[in-house]
Design a protein around this ligand. Structure first.
Ligand SMILES: Nc1nc2c(ncn2[C@@H]2O[C@H](COP(=O)(O)OP(=O)(O)OP(=O)(O)O)[C@@H](O)[C@H]2O)c(=O)[nH]1
Ligand SMILES: [Mg+2]
Length: 291
């Protein structure tokens, strides 16, 4: 069998540096949800990138943060650490120079230093004013490979991809693609992916704290004879007062949220979608999910 460049590339960094945005834009399709709020990604996501040079599995991870006090934050940090400790051929260490450096960065750097695989330092958000760049310059001395990109605008991403292909090994063809998945997502089924799309809308549409009290679950997907997808889903939140906020006055918020999610699911599946979306209080969802 022919050999081909194939590798696992893991992204790590603080929350909100643009890891998920990068993975989506490189793959050319949404595999990971994104939002302006930190801690959007809650578990590792593997997306497949394929081209004539070979195949790369990009593993997006939850942002690593300094202090994890509540159950959910602890789990998110654990998920990140678990992913980072798995074998990767190349690691992309993402830094956001539009934000001040702090202890969190020191923590991430400490982890990056212990990685045996080649680590590429990626300064993201180059399309913005990178006010705090000077605070991160010292990192350039530590890492052999340094790139400045804009994940959002897909700027300077080509040279980074060339470097990744240079660093990953030749392997027997198709050693990666063996699981049941929804292409190009390698570790999620349709129910989980749709739940993620719904959760993203909670992150985008609800105020500061609400997204951190909430998650989404898809219970059922049925294809009707007319080709329409019937999806039954729930948003879970830890307290009645958040439930009220998500539902909104006269149910307006949940209607708006559901409509936004429905449109995106329709786009992703290329089918007409009916989304039956309700909100429930479940104090314990943080203990039972993302384990
Ligand atoms: N201007 C600009 N914004 C970006 C860029 N990359 C990401 N963003 C924005 O930064 C925010 C965070 O992006 P995400 O991709 O969700 O960040 P993340 O690192 O995955 O965050 P967590 O999942 O919380 O760890 C979003 O609002 C993105 O649109 C970039 O290159 N330029
Ligand atoms: Mg993310």
């Amino acid at each position: 069998m022919d050999k081909q460049k194939q590798g696992i590339v893991l992204l790590m960094g603080r929350p909100n540096v643009g890891k998920s945005t990068f993975v989506n834009n490189i793959i050319g399709q949404k595999v990971a949800i994104t939002s302006p709020k930190p801690q959007t990604t809650r578990f590792p996501i593997q997306g497949l990138y394929e081209e004539e040079r070979g195949k790369i599995i990009f593993t997006d991870t939850p942002g690593i943060f300094d202090r994890a006090t509540d159950t959910l934050s602890k789990k998110i940090n654990e998920q990140a650490m678990r992913a980072v400790n798995k074998e990767a051929d190349v690691v992309l260490y993402f830094v956001d120079p539009t934000r001040r450096r702090d202890f969190e960065e020191a923590k991430v750097l400490g982890i990056a230093r212990k990685i045996n695989a080649p680590v590429i330092l990626v300064f993201n958000k180059a399309d913005m004013k990178t006010t705090y760049m000077a605070q991160y310059m010292y990192l350039e001395d530590e890492f052999e490979h340094v790139f400045k990109i804009s994940a959002l605008e897909r700027k300077h991403v080509g040279p980074l991809l060339d470097k990744i292909f240079e660093l990953i090994p030749d392997r027997e063809e198709d050693q990666f693609i063996d699981s049941e998945h929804i292409y190009p997502l390698l570790n999620m089924d349709s129910k989980s992916f749709m739940a993620e799309l719904i959760r993203e809308k909670v992150f985008l549409m609800m105020g500061e704290e609400v997204p951190y009290t909430a998650t989404a679950v898809v219970d059922d997907i049925k294809e009707r004879s007319n080709g329409m997808l019937y999806i039954k889903a729930r948003i879970l939140t830890t307290h009645d007062r958040y439930k009220k906020m998500i539902i909104g006055k006269a149910g307006r918020k949940i209607k708006e949220l559901g409509s936004y999610a429905r449109k995106e699911i329709a786009l992703a599946t290329n089918k007409k979608v009916f989304l039956d979306l309700t909100v429930e209080t479940d104090e314990h969802w943080q203990d039972t999910l993302y384990s």
